[in-house]
Every structure is written in structure tokens, then in C-alpha cells.
Design a protein around this ligand. Structure first.
Ligand SMILES: Nc1ncnc2c1ncn2[C@@H]1O[C@H](COP(=O)(O)OP(=O)(O)OP(=O)(O)O)[C@@H](O)[C@H]1O
Ligand SMILES: [Mg+2]
Length: 281
């Protein structure tokens, strides 16, 4: 009897949370401690933002999840990462893609010499469900991204920054992911294009049920689309909360939304963080 009662919440947690990072520590080159006890959760079918300035640890967090740190001589040395109910911190990036979690790297990373369509097809490399299914999904991507359909034959290197970002997201979609880790989609793009990209994220979330963890310096835009946000500074989460709460928080406005004026101190020195810290301790 009592075990049945104990089992129930565990099952519920496994289905409601698609990704959970518990106290992650990351070290580069065996000595450089970069992430210090980062914990975060992404609800299934949610859009969650990781915010923070240059060097805060956003990309490192995403690469810790997707297991791309090895290529950078980085390593998760403490904590655990659970994706879709399973420990994934020792898996290869390909195994993780097969389980439905894929990263879209910062800087878009299309193959410049390949056409848009060839780029999209490279995204299906972990699939084993045959060409007909892949072809069907390609058509679906073109429905979601009409711009890519127009440009399907163009060499990716000659398309615009926005089109390349769409291509990178479309390519990730070709792996049929449950979750996309999206690193700085706004980087180097004009505001109108950034909005278009985030609208696509919203559509993929809405229509295709893809969960998103988005790293962004563009706090303003990210908090319009995410439901929840984590603010990082020097490798730690210094604040987290519902997007609406973060948008209205005076300290967030001052440090990340550029609303107030004056010298920017460290976010960690501001009052509400200290209050939160006292409350936590
Ligand atoms: N391969 C590496 N070797 C050593 N240190 C690294 C490596 N990659 C990143 N770092 C360091 O880790 C810290 C976090 O970097 P990271 O790229 O995760 O930050 P970020 O929040 O993504 O920043 P940005 O907004 O500039 O992309 C920085 O101090 C950075 O110098
Ligand atoms: Mg980064």
C-alpha cells in the first residue's frame, strides 16, 4: 500500500518535467571551474530561457546537457542530468539526439557549401525510419518555414542570417526532437528577424509540442516567449521565476532590460538577490 503511494509522485514528475539539471558542476581543462551548482527544470512542452551576460555560462550549460563539452575539453564533474526520465550525463551527443534532445549551436552553423535542402536532410542522420518518412517531414518543415521552401535550392552560405538560423532550427527539427536546446538565436540578427525566429519557436512549441531551452542575451525578447527564466552570472543561477515576474522585477529591468540608468553593478549585489539568499539559507 505505502509503496503505491510513494510511486505516484515519481511517475508524475517523470512525465511533467522533460529536463532536469541537478547541481551541475562543469570544469574545463581539468582546472577551470565554470558552472557551480546549476540546477534547472524544463516542463514538458515548455519554453524556458537561460539569461545572462557574456561569459555567464549559458552555452556551457547547454553543452553540458547535449554532451558537447568533451570537444571543448570540458567535463561535468558533479550533479546529474535527467532527460525524459533517464540519466543522460554519460551519453554521446548522438544517443541523446536519438532520444529526442538536440542542440542548435550559437552562430547558426549551416553547411555553407550545401543547399538549404541538403542541410535540412543532414538533420535526419540519426533516424532509421526510412526515406519516405524523412521526405514527409521535409515537406512539413517547408510548411512551417515557407522561406526555406523558397530557398530550398540555394547554397546556404549565400542566404541571409535569418534564413540560416531558420535552416539550423529546421535541420534540428528533422531529427524529430522532443526538445531543442537553442543557443542565442537572436545573435547578429535585426529585431524584426529575431521576432520572426521566436514566432517560429512558439509555433514549433504549439503545433509540434517541442520543448525549448533557449539561451539568450536578449532578455527582453526571450521573456516575451518563454514562460519561465533562469538568470545566470559567473556560472551560477542567481535568480529564477515566471517570465512575467522577471519582466516586472525592478532588478531585472535595471540590469538586463536596460530600463534604469546609472552604473551597472553585479546583479548579485542587488537587494532582492540578497533577500532571496537570506530566505534560502
Ligand atoms: N573551452 C573552454 N575552455 C575554457 N574556458 C571556457 C571554454 N569555453 C568557455 N569557457 C569559459 O566559461 C565561461 C562561460 O562561458 P560560456 O560560453 O558558457 O558563456 P555564455 O553565457 O554562453 O556567454 P556568451 O553570452 O558570450 O555566449 C567563460 O568564462 C568562458 O571564458
Ligand atoms: Mg554563449
Amino acid at each position: 500500500m505505502s509503496t503505491a503511494i510513494l510511486e505516484k509522485p515519481a511517475t508524475a514528475a517523470a512525465t511533467d518535467t522533460i529536463l532536469s539539471l541537478n547541481n551541475i558542476e562543469v570544469i574545463y581543462d581539468h582546472v577551470i571551474l565554470v558552472l557551480k551548482g546549476v540546477s534547472l527544470q524544463v516542463p514538458r512542452k515548455g519554453i524556458v530561457a537561460i539569461l545572462g551576460a557574456n561569459g555567464a555560462g549559458k552555452t556551457t550549460t547547454l553543452k553540458a546537457i547535449s554532451n558537447l563539452l568533451k570537444a571543448e575539453r570540458g567535463e561535468v564533474t558533479k550533479g546529474s542530468i535527467v532527460f525524459d526520465g533517464e540519466r543522460v550525463d554519460k551519453m554521446s551527443p548522438n544517443e541523446l539526439v536519438r532520444r529526442g534532445c538536440i542542440q542548435v549551436m550559437e552562430g547558426r552553423h549551416c553547411f555553407g557549401h550545401l543547399s538549404i535542402e541538403e542541410n535540412l536532410l543532414t538533420g535526419a542522420f540519426t533516424r532509421r525510419d526510412g526515406n519516405a518518412a524523412i521526405k514527409r517531414d521535409l515537406e512539413k518543415i517547408y510548411e512551417l518555414f515557407p522561406r526555406l521552401k523558397q530557398r530550398r535550392g540555394s547554397q546556404a552560405g549565400y542566404t541571409s542570417g535569418g534564413e540560416q538560423q531558420m535552416c539550423a532550427i529546421g535541420r534540428a527539427m528533422m531529427s524529430k526532437p522532443k526538445m531543442i536546446l537553442l543557443d542565442e538565436p537572436s545573435m547578429g540578427l535585426a529585431p524584426q528577424i529575431v521576432e520572426e525566429i521566436f514566432e517560429i519557436v512558439r509555433q514549433l512549441n504549439d503545433k509540434e509540442d517541442v520543448s525549448f531551452l533557449v539561451a539568450e542575451q536578449n532578455t527582453n525578447m526571450a521573456l516575451r516567449y518563454a514562460t519561465y527564466g533562469y538568470i545566470m552570472e559567473t556560472g551560477r543561477v542567481v535568480m529564477d521565476g515566471e517570465a512575467k515576474m522577471l519582466r516586472e522585477n525592478e532588478d531585472v529591468k535595471e540590469f538586463y532590460l536596460g530600463v534604469a540608468e546609472g552604473n551597472k553593478k553585479s546583479f548579485r549585489e542587488v537587494k532582492s538577490y540578497k533577500r532571496r539568499k537570506r530566505w534560502l539559507s
